[in-house]
Design a protein around this ligand. Structure first.
Ligand code: AMP
Length: 279
């Protein structure tokens, strides 16, 4: 991969990379399409990264179907798929990237070490693919925020591009984990987005009290999904700190809930609202 990217780089080609864990779906497709539009060459990486899974999480069960991912990439006219083995990626490493405060809230508070694992693999993927631009979804809002910081802090010479959340017609965000849901869980899962949208509408109608919005979101999620909530609230879009008093501007309303054995996350943000207004 490094030789391929090195040659492309020397030839003056721009490279767009779309890092994924595979089990590709429409949302991955939207990132790939965007990369296709903006770069000479597109690389999709497919790697289920053990370093970002905690004990008891779904590393073993995570869906893997490389043949179907390869077909998906062919249809999307991807130039190269980087699909390394775990041994190739991690041959007795002694170095990790450690994320500070940005990893202490939201998902980071419930998945210790997760974002260090994400940042480490993403740093490696940036070096390996020598990309000009890297594409990430706003569905993983905290991840995108952390990767932008990683690029600044470690002087990666590439552009990080945040892309809108792609949803099913009923509002559920696409996720490789949706395939774990039973029919009944799938019906309940839609209330995660309904709750967040309701929170956003309250905010846009003038509600300034973050606590009030958080309570309403939690109530909708609990009552309708019956799931265990990890977090649900209003956060500063940039620092990711939870807002407890009055909302000023630039927020993300986000939540994570366990529906059965499946942990789902979703958010609505000023960032995404601004993207949709630019169109
Ligand atoms: P994953 O394979 O789940 O690690 O995701 C790979 C990339 O796709 C990440 O940048 C995700 O944020 C993005 N992604 C996954 N689901 C969605 C979605 N529903 N909408 C937008 N981006 C997504």
């Amino acid at each position: 991969m490094q030789k391929w990217s090195g040659a492309a780089f020397k030839a003056g080609k721009s490279i767009g990379v779309v890092p994924t864990m595979g089990a590709l779906h429409e949302a991955h497709g939207s990132l790939i399409k965007r990369a296709r539009q903006e770069n000479d060459l597109v690389i999709t990486t497919v790697f289920v990264n053990p370093a970002q899974f905690g004990p008891g999480e779904d590393y073993e069960a995570y869906p893997r179907d490389f043949n179907s991912d390869r077909e998906f990439c062919e249809k999307e006219k991807v130039d190269a798929i980087f699909h390394p083995s775990t041994d190739e990626m991690y041959a007795n490493p002694q170095t990790v990237v450690k994320i500070g405060k940005l990893a202490s809230t939201m998902c980071g508070a419930f998945r210790p070490g997760h974002f260090d694992g994400v940042a480490t693999v993403v740093a490696k993927l940036f070096n390996i693919t020598k990309s000009t631009r890297a594409y990430f979804g706003l569905k993983d809002y905290q991840q995108l925020r952390i990767i932008k910081q990683l690029a600044v802090d470690l002087n990666f010479d590439l552009e990080i591009i945040g892309c809108p959340i792609i949803r099913e017609s009923d509002g559920l965000a696409f996720s490789s984990r949706n395939r774990y849901l039973s029919e009944d869980e799938r019906r309940r899962a839609v209330y995660l987005n309904k709750a967040l949208k309701h929170g956003w509408q309250l905010y846009r109608k003038g509600e300034k009290k973050a606590g009030k919005i958080a309570i309403e979101i939690r109530d909708i999620i609990s009552e309708n999904t019956g799931g265990k909530i990890d977090y649900a609230g209003v956060y500063d879009a940039d620092s990711l700190e939870e807002i407890s008093g009055d909302i000023k501007e630039n927020i993300v309303i986000a939540a994570a809930v366990h529906i059965g054995k499946t942990r789902l996350i979703d958010n609505v943000s000023s960032y995404e609202e601004a993207l949709s207004q630019k169109k």
